[in-house]
Design a protein around this ligand. Structure first.
Ligand code: GDP
Ligand code: MG
Length: 162
């Protein structure tokens, strides 16, 4: 079976958009309102000859439980099941308390983690991505899932760790 890569993060940061970008099709459901990923969650993907299974998360987003607890819990479940994790943060918002708690969980797991600063649509927004150094995971990958900016560098490094 191909290795599994989980895409985790708060609602609305662009996880499903990134899934679509990576698989090259618009299959994962993207919405302007949080909480709309509810269809298929696993997608077959390939980069540089390496096959992998991409898992979109977020189908739990309408749950009544507190959002922060739910994000952390679902992130942990996905990370446990995966061989590598892509943690997506919205660079236009910056690191929230929820992001910090996910980060703490990710530091404990012994798996490759790729921190993505999403919504870096142009060079002007790279400064916002650099602010995510504060999460303590080093340099984030500045990415625009919407336009494809930065995704090749992310995928090059990802498949090296699979
Ligand atoms: P998810 O809830 O994390 O799966 O987020 P979605 O993929 O559904 O995206 C939420 C919203 O953010 C949608 O309106 C997307 O079009 C938008 N979005 C996602 N990626 C980007 C990006 O790179 N740049 C910008 N400007 N918007 C984005
Ligand atoms: Mg989604």
């Amino acid at each position: 079976l191909p290795p599994v890569v989980a895409i985790i993060g708060r609602p609305n940061v662009g996880k499903s958009t990134l899934v679509n970008r990576i698989i090259g099709r618009r299959e994962a459901v993207v919405e302007d309102v949080p909480g709309v990923t509810r269809d298929r969650v696993s997608y077959q993907a390939e980069w540089g000859g390496q096959d992998f299974t991409l898992v979109d998360t977020g189908g739990w987003e309408h749950d009544a439980k507190g959002l922060q607890a739910r994000v952390a819990e679902q992130a942990e479940i996905a990370a446990d099941l995966a061989d590598a994790v892509i943690f997506v943060v919205d660079s236009s918002v910056g690191a929230t308390a929820t992001d910090e708690s996910v980060m703490k969980m990710l530091r404990r797991i012994k798996k490759p983690v790729f921190l993505v600063a999403n919504k870096v649509d142009d060079i002007m927004q790279e400064a916002e991505a650099h602010a995510l150094w504060s999460l303590g995971f080093g340099q984030p990958y500045p990415v625009s899932a919407l336009h494809g900016r930065g995704t090749a560098d992310l995928l090059d490094d990802l498949v090296k760790k699979l």
